[in-house]
Ligand binder design. Structure first.
Ligand code: HEM
Length: 405
């Protein structure tokens, strides 16, 4: 772009996106006045178009003119790629692939995440939720709701689904946290990825030997044995599910509880009528939009988005939290409003990469929040609200949530 260098542009990601649990758009006050599509400087050098309106975000995420392949030169990276990468780093990680390659892997998992498959997991989710609540209540107040409830529930569920021993959760939780943290160095991120890959490699080998009635066991039995999938591809798919599957939902449970404690009438109403959970969860997903730094893509052909010409080779960032507060779509968008029917949100992304785990995430959230409201109607914060700290991460979440009852 002639005349402007990346250093003249506002630096992305904006700290306010991560610092503010309920006001992700506070960054706007710092920006020079610009339109809905602006350019931002990236921490890895260069710049990208920042898309903030729902229609533009949807258009880019569904358009074949934009690629999710981080290896494409000029891809808008928020953290540099390690210099040395082996083929194992990419195999099976379909979130970074484009069609038709992407669809080959995704289709192998589709049956596992269909609504009817997730429905079969409901009794396990309910038992898990009640079990961690029993333990927390037995230990007595105060408690850190993140450590005692928000994190272990999705972690145990994803372990059960995949066939990963829950006893190892400390190991993979700490490594995925390193991977997702926005303060992690390239070397530390690579080391964490290596350790997770080694761990999952041993697990896939064990499934090849012993079988298993779980997602990984089925992948090995139906896809790896007949040559549709390699050992490394199975590792990549498992890694993606393990990392994407627990920290996201865990962060949503913690943050959602905080929102409900601020909107006590909603919490109390949920305790009386768990049937309110689906609408509540939808609005929480929109309002919190935990994938705060947005979804990066690169244009592979020239395109016009929201009237803006975007050239092949230019990067874009679909800023989900901004799109989910687009006033043109969501009236009084900064207000938490359970009755708005906010189904059109993009908290799970949009297009071919739209979250495959969303039926599971929704189910976990509904069951966890309803049980919390029913069993602990007097739940409240054990510290002043401004002492509740957020975690430095590409996925928005709380460090701790000190509560009492
Ligand atoms: C509330 C919780 C969750 C949120 C907010 C969330 C959000 C997202 C978003 C925004 C994307 C799109 C990424 C992109 O387009 O680049 C995505 C993709 C994905 N999510 Fe989730 N997710 C959640 C829970 C889960 C769970 C529970 C699982 C698995 C068990 C999961 C697995 C995945 C996978 C595998 C992808 C890649 C899909 C593809 O590329 O086709 N997510 N998620």
């Amino acid at each position: 772009m002639p005349g402007t260098t990346a250093t003249d542009l506002p630096s992305f990601p904006f700290p306010e996106l991560n610092d503010n649990p309920f006001d992700p758009l506070a960054y706007q006050e710092r920006l020079p006045e610009q339109g809905p599509i602006t350019r931002v400087a990236l921490p890895t050098g260069g710049w990208a178009w920042l898309l903030t309106q729902l229609a533009d975000v949807r258009e880019v995420l569904r358009s074949p003119a934009f690629s999710a392949d981080i290896m494409k030169p000029g891809f808008p990276l928020l953290r540099p790629l390690p210099a040395q990468r082996d083929a194992r780093d990419r195999a099976g990680v379909f979130i970074r692939m484009d069609p038709p390659e992407h669809g080959r892997y995704r289709r192998m998992l589709t049956p596992e995440f269909m609504i009817k498959s997730v429905r079969r997991l409901e009794p396990l989710i309910q038992r898990t939720v009640e079990g961690f609540l029993d333990d927390m209540i037995a230990a007595g107040p105060p408690a850190d709701l993140v450590a005692s409830f928000a994190l272990p529930v999705p972690s145990l569920v994803i372990c059960h689904l995949l066939g990963v021993p829950y006893d190892d959760h400390d190991f993979f939780q700490s490594r995925s946290r390193v991977l997702l943290s926005n303060t992690t160095s390239v070397a530390d991120a690579q080391a964490a990825a290596d350790e997770l890959q080694d761990y999952l490699s041993r697990l896939v080998t064990a499934k090849e030997r012993d079988g298993g009635d779980d997602l990984l066991g089925r992948l090995v039995a139906h896809r790896l044995r007949d040559g549709q999938l390699t050992h490394d591809e199975a590792i990549g798919m498992a890694l993606l599910l393990l990392v994407a599957g627990h920290e996201t939902t865990a962060n949503m449970i913690g943050l959602s509880t905080l929102v409900l404690l601020r909107h006590r009438e909603q919490f109390e109403a949920l305790g009386v009528d768990p049937g309110r959970a689906p609408a509540l969860v939808e609005e929480l997903l929109r309002y919190l939009t935990i994938v705060r730094s947005g979804l990066p893509r690169i244009a592979v052909e020239d395109a016009v988005v929201g009237g803006q010409q975007i050239r092949a080779g230019e990067g874009v960032i679909a800023l989900l939290p901004a799109a989910n507060r687009d006033e043109a779509v969501f009236v009084d968008a900064d207000r938490f409003d359970v009755d708005r029917g906010g189904q059109h949100h993009v908290a799970f992304g949009f297009g071919v990469h739209q979250c495959i785990g969303q039926p599971l995430a929704r189910t976990e959230l509904r069951i966890a929040l309803a049980a919390l409201a029913q069993r602990l109607p007097t739940l409240r914060l054990a510290v002043p609200p401004d002492e509740v700290a957020v975690r430095p991460s590409f996925i928005h979440g709380l460090q701790k949530l000190p509560v009492t009852w």
